[in-house]
Design a protein around this ligand. Structure first.
Ligand SMILES: C[S@@+](CC[C@H](N)C(=O)[O-])C[C@H]1O[C@@H](n2cnc3c(N)ncnc32)[C@H](O)[C@@H]1O
Length: 211
């Protein structure tokens, strides 16, 4: 199987999963996708500073809406493989807000951003992008300008095998695998692992600078 075929297969699995999940996503995810507000609050940009933020796996647009509130001059691009999720995201913005939405998988070198983006956000996306998650971190490195930031909030690990198995059924891999690769590629500005529900699982907050 070629890399491109593997990307397409991953995208197809996710599209099928979100065909239904997109309907209940915003009603349910607030109760377990922790740290999404915190990661945007920690992005080292000022309120009126213009910068270009790409969110990979923007889903229903929860973070894009918040980013618009936090950063008056931000230029936003949201990318996702699920048309169902993107439809929800698009409905949250008016045409005058000029958010660009791209329906495609990230990580196959077909962008024009090389060395240009100021920030790339992965919010609960990388642990679902298997086995390509490491390729995506390298792609983000290429797409960021020197001095730009990668921001990641995601599941980290769990001491409970039953919970990890349950999450694997929802396409999520949680094996403490993101942090070492993020630290190898980016200079950490923020690096924190937090407990959720008294330690049933841990989640990761990481902001790294491209140096
Ligand atoms: C758990 S949701 C997170 C959505 C949003 N970032 C949030 O924090 O609410 C994961 C999202 O990643 C998207 N996704 C999965 N694989 C992807 C890929 N290869 N490229 C881009 N998006 C992808 C899914 O369609 C889904 O919308």
């Amino acid at each position: 199987m070629t890399n491109q075929e593997a990307h397409q297969q991953q995208a197809k699995r996710i599209q099928q999963y979100y065909a239904f999940q997109s309907r209940i996503y915003d009603l349910t995810r607030w109760s377990f996708l922790f740290g999404r507000s915190a990661i945007l609050n920690e992005l080292p940009y000022e309120y009126e500073e213009p910068f270009h933020l790409l969110e990979v796996g923007c889903g229903t647009g929860h973070n894009l809406v918040r980013a618009k509130r936090l950063f008056a001059e931000v230029k936003l691009t949201g990318m996702d493989v699920s048309a169902d999720m993107l439809a929800k995201a698009k409905s949250r913005f008016s045409a005058s807000q000029e958010v660009v939405f791209l329906e495609q998988p990230y990580g196959d070198n077909c962008y024009t951003w090389t060395g240009k983006l100021d920030a790339i956000l992965f919010s609960y996306a990388l642990t679902m992008i298997n086995p390509q998650w490491e390729t995506l971190i390298h792609q983000a490195y290429k797409d960021l300008r020197p001095g730009g930031y990668i921001a990641v909030v995601d599941f980290h690990d769990s001491p409970w095998p039953f919970f990890k198995k349950h999450m694997a059924g929802h396409h999520v891999k949680m094996d403490s695998h993101l942090l070492p690769v993020l630290k190898d590629n980016f200079y950490p500005i923020k690096k924190e692992v937090r407990n959720a529900y008294f330690g049933i699982w841990k989640y990761l907050l990481f902001i790294g600078k491209k140096v």
